[in-house]
Each structure stands twice: as structure tokens, then as C-alpha cells.
Design a protein around this ligand. Sequence first.
Ligand code: GLN
Length: 242
Amino acid sequence: MDLTISWLYGTKMNIYGDRGNVLALAQRARWRGIAVRTVEVGLGEPLPPESDVFFFGGGQDQEQVAVSRDLQGAKGDALKQAIADGAGMLAVCGGYQLLGQEYRPHDAAPLPGIGLFDLVTEAGAERFIGNVVVETDLPFGELVGFENHSGLTHLGPTATPLGRVRVGRGNNGQDGTEGAVLGNAIGCYLHGALLPKNPALADWLLLAGLRRRHGDVALPPLDDTAELAAHATAVDRAVRTR
Ligand code: GLN
């Protein structure tokens, strides 16, 4: 089997360890003997038509301006189509915000998103910085990471939250939600990098991408002793220091 990981705006949208998500996806596939190709998709570059899993990392407001513009029109439509067709997507923070309807930064014109998720984000007065533990009802269960954002994300009536905040602020620090999920696409505020210590989520994304193209395949289990120990340590630290 082969797999293509399309890393959206890797040089512009790549803060707080987010690159580690691309490395984790690729390595967990290689450990299963899957031929992996990682394609970085920059400004003005088309999406690889054979993209199986997308990663869209975090970025500062000024980087989001150019990325927002680049995603308008055919590129954003192609991304939505790939996700509607079952491709996997992990978007974190700034990337997550631009998959919604609009991101309204401080002291700047609103940035249009692609409207994949029914949500709007507005920069708030406070920057949320800290560990986050999220309880989800999805196959991968609990997630742990850390957040660093001023954006307050409010979900619209057709959006489904990724989960409920157990520790941290999440989408907006008010409604107890964190992130959003639609099909095999996940948006969240969880930096870290997230996937190395949330291996079940990494495999959930890999399976989405593989099954879309190769049919009903399975992933042989890995020895995730180290990853699960890192997860438990991060959760323990988040709970103790909240
Ligand atoms: N600029 C956005 C915010 O501050 C996203 C930041 C990020 O990606 N960490 O909310």
C-alpha cells in the first residue's frame, strides 16, 4: 500500500511543534510497511490530487492572511471535496480557524475561511496558553495537548464539537467544547505535537486515508508503550498543574 500526506503551508503554518504531527503520521505508516510520500503544499501550489491525509498547522495572524487568500476559490473547494470524499484531515489552531467560515483577527480585516466547519473565530482579549485534556466519544477517546491562541471559536448549529474540555480552555473558554469534527476531518487547538502522544488519533487519520483509496484495510497494532506513557504523563501534568 502507499499513502500521500499533504502538509498544507508547512513553512508558514508550523508553530509549537506542529511539524511533529507529519513525522508521526509518516513514521506510523512506515512501521507498517506502507510507502509514504509527504508533499508540502505552499502558497500558489495545487493540492496533490492523490492526497490521502492532510495536515494544516498553526500560524500567527500575519501568516494566516496570505493562507486565507490562497485557499479561496478552487484550492479551498478541492480541499473540501477531498474531505467530503473521505480524506483524513488534522487542522490545528490557525489552520483550524481557516477551515471555518471566518477568522476575525485583532485590528485587521476579517479573513475568510473555506467554510468546511460551521464555525466563526474572533480574536479575544486574552491569550489561552496551557495544557488541554479533551474527552471525546470518538474511537480514539481522550486527547491531550497544549493550546496557545487568542482566537475564540464558536460552533454554529451544524458543527459537531470534537469533545469536551476536561482541562484547559478549548474553543472559547465558555461552552466547554474543544475543536470540531466532520467525517474524517478534525480541527482543534491541540499543539504539542499532538499525534506522537495520541497514537490512536494518528491511526484513525491513517486509516481514513488508506481506506478511501485501498478499501477496507486494517492497520496492524504497534507497540505504543512509549506513546501511551507520554500520553499518561501529559494528562497527569495537565491535571496537577491546572
Ligand atoms: N493566530 C491565531 C490565534 O492566535 C492562531 C494561533 C496559533 O495557530 N497558535 O488564535
